[in-house]
Design a protein around this ligand. Structure first.
Ligand code: IMP
Length: 196
């Protein structure tokens, strides 16, 4: 099987024939995740939040964020329909996996990788409210604020980014690229040059 991911140097990669360049490196990401972790630890003092990771993209952020919390906390997951193999959203949100935990009376923190149109993040709190949590907050690592079409309450945001497709650190392009520790953005200069 031909490789979908080609690493050229520290700055550029090719993913499924498209050229991407570095946007946020692992050190920047880790520093910001730890800042958010410290803030959440302060904000939830005396409480025991349950983090709900939105699969698949949020798993890496969730893992690092949870390690940075200095308190009792729990984790569960839900899964929504995603982009599929494309770079544009389908605009239709469906729940593919429900949470298993009993969320009634709990302090729920929704953990997303990225908010783009905002449709997913708008859908999730509505679903969650059916479970009658004691409180509900949201955290996203990335927010494509120029692309967001609906009003979504975001309590913690890692980075506000421009409206360009990104991969790495859990985010995929057609299921590849999630394993990259850095985040790359699509190179607007277009098509890939064959790797030397
Ligand atoms: P929204 O519902 O349009 O806000 O999109 C949210 C979901 O779309 C995210 O959880 C991601 O799975 C996916 N997504 C949005 N933008 C990107 C991107 O730039 N790269 C990879 N996935 C993305």
């Amino acid at each position: 099987m031909a490789a979908n991911l080609l690493l050229h140097d520290d700055q550029t990669i090719t993913l499924r024939g498209e050229r991407f360049r570095i946007y946020l490196d692992a050190k920047q990401i880790q520093e910001r995740v730890h800042e958010i972790g410290r803030q959440i630890t302060r904000d939830y003092d005396g409480k025991r939040p349950i983090l709900i990771g939105i699969l698949n993209g949020a798993f890496m952020f969730l893992s690092d964020l949870m390690k940075s919390l200095r308190m009792d906390c729990e984790v569960d997951f839900m899964k929504l329909s995603s982009y599929g193999a494309e770079m544009i959203t389908s605009g239709v949100v469906r729940e593919l996996k429900k949470t298993d935990a009993d969320l009634e009376g709990r302090h729920v923190l929704i953990v997303e990788d990225i908010v783009d149109t905002g449709l997913s993040m708008q859908y999730i709190p509505d679903k969650m409210r059916e479970h009658a949590p004691a409180s509900l907050r949201t955290v996203t690592l990335l927010h494509k604020f120029e692309a967001t079409e609906v009003d979504v309450p975001l309590d913690y945001v890692g980075f506000r980014i421009r409206n360009r497709f990104v991969v790495g650190y859990g985010l995929d392009y057609g299921q590849v690229g999630r394993n990259l520790p850095d985040i790359y953005e699509l190179d607007p200069n277009g098509a890939d040059q064959p790797a030397q």
